[in-house]
Design a protein around this ligand. Structure first.
Ligand code: ZN
Length: 504
């Protein structure tokens, strides 16, 4: 169903719509407000109402009453955080050793009774398999292996559930950290949320990978048997674009074998004093492009008309910056959800990220001829487009911008599709039911790119979800941390999610 498109509506229609909404709310009260909220999934906040005792709840009382269990869980988290998987040279092999050992221990692999049979399938893929498990060590670039394992369900013909996390992390500016960023220092800062672990990757997203592993520990210990296959993916290369990670995996035969019908990838922390967990069902796509204008040349002492730089100035002044301003106004006007008024994922963002003109010294890159008017000038842009926008219309607009300065446009990145998860799909609905019965949630569009875009483009319903309430968003930032209780609670919820999704 196509959503109402505010982009094409006039300001007067907007004002009428907003006034009507206000009038309905004032006059008819909460029923109509509910209807109005339901009409727009983006502003639909679910508040949990039911409490039942489940495996997850039993686990929760166990971890909060057993200090040594808690210490073990935190130690495993710290061990994984300490692995040096930061760019520019992530040590993926060590991470895979760690994960493989852990996986064998989670599933109590006993080589004397149910041995794992290893097969080198081809140069890029090694597998290991027994009656309950199959794992894959896969690479496209030998320096960047990924690790995937399947917890076999009773009925492999049913579509698999997938949990995805990337093993790489971004580099650090270590002088800016309170504690060494790869020591995973755990300190008690009396926050009321347990100890705090400072580490690169503690939010993005080693916490998700280990959190689900801990959930699997609990499920296996309970004797739970999955009805359908679970695919646990630890992928390389996410932080530098995924060429040797997801982009490669999705084109490989292995991807077909995994038979994934629903997947969970990363989300974001909720913010410091915010307990609503964002559920991302799509993301903004990046369009990177440059527009080059060609103009008259001559001596720098003259009033030369129609120069290339003048044309770029005109483009910025009359097209780019007014569009940018209009999108910012629209972001504040289009929603009655106060949190969305500051979220870029509801509109199109655009930033001028590069400018090039003039003669330069080839070796130093410095300008060389101040008295020569350059023939060409180029502006580079980063544009992010939410899924409800027609990408063809955007391309037409951008080409018209290039025509406006009699220039040319070159697309560096221009995805042609941007699908979202189908919110009416049975498994997606089941996931939403599970999380919304346990926590406050809100459906949103992710403002930047994640690996979820690859399986999503291949037709899989992907959700971005990381349980980190009341947590400052610190991905890629200095002093990235996660509080102990937030991490432990995330495991509790992941148990409930996996149990619910895998039981039929
Ligand atoms: Zn990430």
């Amino acid at each position: 169903m196509k959503r109402f498109n505010f982009y094409n509506s006039s300001p007067s229609i907007l004002i009428i719509v907003l006034c009507c909404v206000l009038f309905i709310n004032v006059v008819f009260g909460s029923d109509q407000q509910q209807q109005q909220i339901n009409a727009d999934p983006i502003v639909d906040i679910h508040i949990p109402t039911t409490t039942t005792t489940t495996l997850a709840d039993q686990y929760k009382s166990k971890i909060y009453s057993d200090q040594s269990l808690r210490d073990d869980i935190m130690k495993r988290f710290q061990d994984y955080l300490r692995l040096p998987t930061q760019h520019p040279k992530p040590d993926y092999a060590t991470a895979i050793d760690f994960l493989l050992k852990w996986t064998r221990s989670v599933f109590h692999i006993d080589d004397s009774t149910d041995p794992i049979k290893e097969v080198q399938v081809n140069a890029n893929l090694k597998t290991g398999e027994n009656s309950i498990l199959k794992y894959y060590i896969f690479h496209c670039n030998p320096a960047k292996p990924s690790f995937i394992f399947t917890w076999k369900g009773r009925d492999a013909s049913k579509g698999s559930i997938m949990i995805n996390s990337h093993t790489d992390v971004v580099p650090v500016d270590k002088d800016q950290w309170k504690y060494p960023p790869f020591d995973a220092t755990m300190v008690d800062e009396n926050t009321g949320k347990g100890r705090r672990v400072y580490s690169r990757g503690s939010q993005d997203m080693k916490n998700i990978g280990t959190g689900y592993m801990e959930a699997l520990v609990a499920l296996v210990e309970s004797g739970f048997k999955p009805e359908r296959n679970l695919q646990v993916v630890f992928i390389a290369d996410e932080e530098i674009g995924g060429d040797d990670g997801w982009e490669c995996l999705i084109q490989n035969e292995l991807w077909k074998e995994l038979n994934v019908s629903f997947g969970i990838d990363e989300g974001l922390a909720s913010g410091l004093d915010e307990d609503i967990i964002p559920i991302y069902y799509g993301e903004n796509v990046a369009h990177w492009f440059e527009i080059t204008a060609t103009g008259n040349v001559g001596h720098g002492s003259q009033f030369i008309p129609q120069t290339a730089t003048e044309k770029i100035y005109k483009l910025l002044n009359e097209k780019v910056f007014p569009f940018r301003e209009q999108q910012q106004v629209q972001m504040r006007l289009q929603t009655n959800n106060p949190r969305e008024k500051t979220q870029c994922s509801t509109v199109i963002t655009i930033n001028l990220t590069g400018l090039r003109a003039g003669h330069t010294n080839k070796e130093t890159g410095e300008f060389s001829s101040p008295n020569v008017i350059p023939r060409t000038a180029t502006a580079l842009f980063d544009m992010r487009i939410p899924p409800h926008i027609d990408l063809k219309e955007i391309e037409i607009m951008l080409r018209s911008w290039a025509d406006f300065v009699n220039g040319t446009i070159k697309f560096i990145e221009q995805p042609k599709i941007n699908p979202v998860a189908d919110l009416n799909d049975e498994t997606v609905k089941k996931f939403l039911d599970i999380v919304s019965s346990r926590m406050k949630t809100e459906l949103r569009i992710f403002p930047a790119a994640t690996d979820a875009r690859f399986p999503r483009a291949a037709g899989v319903n992907m959700i971005g979800y990381s349980y980190m309430p009341n947590t400052k968003v610190l991905l890629h930032d200095h002093n990235e941390y996660l509080d102990e209780n937030v991490y432990l609670d995330s495991i509790v919820h992941y148990i409930a999610i996996l149990e619910g999704l895998l039981q039929n």
